[in-house]
Design a protein around this ligand. Structure first.
Ligand code: SF4
Length: 228
């Protein structure tokens, strides 16, 4: 997953006109129509693999993570093996990932706390996931969204950008955008999260958004800035 942090700011985003209630409802319907059953592009086979993939994906592309993880999961197939791993060996497996030094430390610490406190099983509750090393609210929410279809929003750089361009939020942090989107959309947040990630990644891109023929054009508050 591309970068996000609660410290994400909107310095480069101009304040835009806020979408009306009617527009929000129509935007929601359009996202659900165009992305009815979207899921993460991270490849995983169980909750342990999903959590590790999401942790690695902070400020790293899903494609890169999918290249790294097969060998990592073969070497460390569960929390117990990862808890006992040598730091340098874990670093070696994930060295092509951004911030691999910290991520390697956090992966081992996460696994150790899972072994110590959760009988070596990854807890499947947002409130417990956030207690694990290296697992913030966004990571916990993404895991819950993907694994359980929980009605939660998570804001990465794509969701953040799309929310601003559509006038869904003018908030300056990912946490506030998450709160605002959750309040405005209310239901089906997991599907809307995935939809906004994919829309932002492939259509409403940061530098050259594909505005021509965009299904959100009618609701877009930013398209004038991209006209050539
Ligand atoms: Fe994004 Fe362009 Fe569509 Fe606006 S019109 S939502 S900037 S792709």
């Amino acid at each position: 997953m591309p970068k996000t942090s609660s410290k994400t700011t909107t310095k480069k985003f101009k304040r835009v006109k806020v979408a009306t209630k009617k527009e929000i409802a129509e935007i929601k319907d359009l996202f659900l129509l165009h992305y009815p059953q979207s899921v993460t592009e991270l490849e995983y086979r169980n909750l342990y693999e999903l959590l590790i993939s999401v942790m690695l994906s902070a400020q790293c592309t899903d494609k890169r993570v999918n290249i790294i993880t097969p060998a990592l999961f073969t070497a460390y197939p569960d929390a117990l093996s990862l808890a006992n791993a040598e730091l340098d060996k874990v670093k070696e497996y994930i060295k092509s990932c951004s911030f691999f030094n910290n991520k390697a430390k956090n992966l081992i610490k996460m696994a150790q706390s899972v072994v110590e406190n959760y009988d070596a099983q990854i807890p499947l509750e947002q409130s417990e996931l956030v207690k694990l090393a290296g697992v913030g609210q966004k990571t916990a929410n993404v895991v819950m969204i993907e694994y359980t279809g929980a009605n939660l929003m998570a804001v990465d750089t794509h969701v953040f950008r799309v929310a601003h361009r559509l006038g869904l939020s003018n908030a300056t942090t990912a946490t506030k955008v998450e709160e605002e989107l959750s309040r405005k959309f209310k239901t089906e947040l997991h599907l809307l999260h995935q939809a906004m990630v994919l829309f932002g990644r492939y259509k409403c891109k940061a530098l050259k958004p594909e505005c021509e023929g965009c299904f959100m054009e009618e609701y877009c508050k930013s398209k004038e800035g991209f006209k050539v």
